[in-house]
Structure formats: structure tokens, C-alpha cells
Design a protein around this ligand. Structure first.
Ligand code: G3P
Length: 215
């Protein structure tokens, strides 16, 4: 499973990128709003050092507007894919953009049926939102699992991005379910890397090294 970061905070992206574990970035208007930045400038800066897929979101409500925005956003860099919301207009846009060779990430997917439609339209990626499903009492991981199983059964090329992840267990569950990609918030990356036994182990090795280093 490839690891993306779900943020528009360039410092956070740089930090995780420097770990050598980052395969891509996803953003959305809410995440860019948190940074209070111009969307295009933000995507440009991210693509200046991230070579894997970078998602930027279209905000038009009609297919024509989505297509126009997607052409502009994908022109920023060759690794930009365009997030298109799951809806009839979005499906129309994805179909056209697929024909033009523009990568799309069908976003706001909450069911296996929606994921089937995204794939049928030709989405490069489909993003089920696990945390938001859990928030309303559904089981995000179960729906992710259904989507992955269905895509595998029919050798569907659309890649599943497990999104709206809230904690490390979501990441493990996504990997166990076979998601192609997990897009992970910065705070969750920080939680993933830490383990109290690792800290205790490092401390003990260093203490013992101090005792023998001059022998
Ligand atoms: O990638 C989608 C993600 O940004 C949504 O996360 O936490 O707003 O549900 P959240």
C-alpha cells in the first residue's frame, strides 16, 4: 500500500517527504483553507518537490466547469490529478477527462455502488471516506473492503485511496483490506512512527553504550 499525506501544509509535507516514505499528496478546499493560501500557488509549491500523484480539487457543480478546472489544474504539473466529486455531473466530467488522458480522483465516495460508478466512468483513483462513514455510525473499513474486493474480482484498474483516516488503526485496516493507497493526516503519520517500547529500547541501548564506549 502506497502512503500519501492528506494535507495542504507544505512544511508537514516536506517533513514526511524527508522520511523517505511519501508516495503522494491529497488536498481539498478545506485543507487549503486551513493554510489560508491561493490554491494554485499551493499545488505548484507541492509539485516542486513531490514527484508522486498530487490531488487538487475542482469545485464547479456542472461537468463543463469541472472539465475546465481539471484542464487548468492538470496543467500545473504532470503529476497533478483532479478530484471530482461523486455525482452525475462528476461522472460525466470523469468520462471526458479520462478520454483526454487527465488523471482523476473521484472523491466523496461512501458506498461500493458509487465506487463501481467511478470506475465505470474511468476514474484513475476513487476515494472512500472512512472517518466520515464511521462518524455517522457506518463501518468505513467494511465499505472499503467491499470496494477493494469488487475491484479485484473484475480486475478494475481504478486505484482505491483510503481517505478520511483519523487514527493509526484506520491505516492498518486499510492495508489489511488491500487498499492501493492510504492518504494519511500528518498527525497520524506522527502517531504511526512512535511506539513506547521503541523509545524505551533506544534509551536502554544508549545507556549501555555509555558504559562500554571507552573500554
Ligand atoms: O482526503 C479526504 C479527507 O481530507 C477528508 O477527511 O477528516 O475531513 O473527513 P475528513
Amino acid at each position: 500500500m502506497r502512503l500519501f499525506i492528506d494535507t495542504a501544509n507544505v512544511e508537514h509535507i516536506r517533513e514526511i517527504h524527508e522520511w523517505g516514505v511519501l508516495d503522494g499528496v491529497t488536498t481539498n478546499p478545506t485543507l487549503v483553507c486551513k493554510e489560508n493560501r491561493n490554491y494554485t500557488d499551493c499545488i505548484k509549491e507541492i509539485t516542486s518537490f513531490v514527484s508522486g500523484p498530487v490531488s487538487a480539487e475542482a469545485v464547479s457543480m456542472d461537468a463543463e466547469g469541472m472539465i475546465r478546472e481539471a484542464r487548468e489544474l492538470s496543467g500545473i504539473a504532470e503529476n497533478v490529478n483532479v478530484k471530482i466529486p461523486m455525482c452525475p455531473e462528476g461522472l460525466k466530467a470523469i468520462k471526458v477527462l479520462d478520454g483526454e488522458g487527465i488523471m482523476t480522483n473521484c472523491t466523496l465516495v461512501f458506498s461500493a455502488n458509487q465506487a463501481l460508478l467511478a470506475a465505470a466512468a474511468g476514474a484513475t483513483f476513487a476515494s472512500p471516506f472512512l472517518g466520515r462513514l464511521d462518524d455517522i455510525g457506518n463501518d468505513g473499513l467494511r465499505i472499503l473492503s467491499e470496494i477493494v474486493d469488487i475491484y479485484k474480482r473484475y480486475s478494475i484498474q481504478t486505484q482505491v485511496i483510503s481517505a478520511s483516516l483519523r487514527h493509526p488503526q484506520h491505516v492498518i485496516g486499510s492495508a489489511m483490506a488491500g487498499a492501493h493507497i492510504a492518504t494519511i493526516p500528518y498527525e497520524v503519520f506522527k502517531q504511526m512512527v512512535r511506539h513506547p517500547l521503541t523509545d524505551i529500547g533506544i534509551e536502554r541501548f544508549l545507556a549501555d553504550w555509555e558504559k562500554i564506549k571507552d573500554l
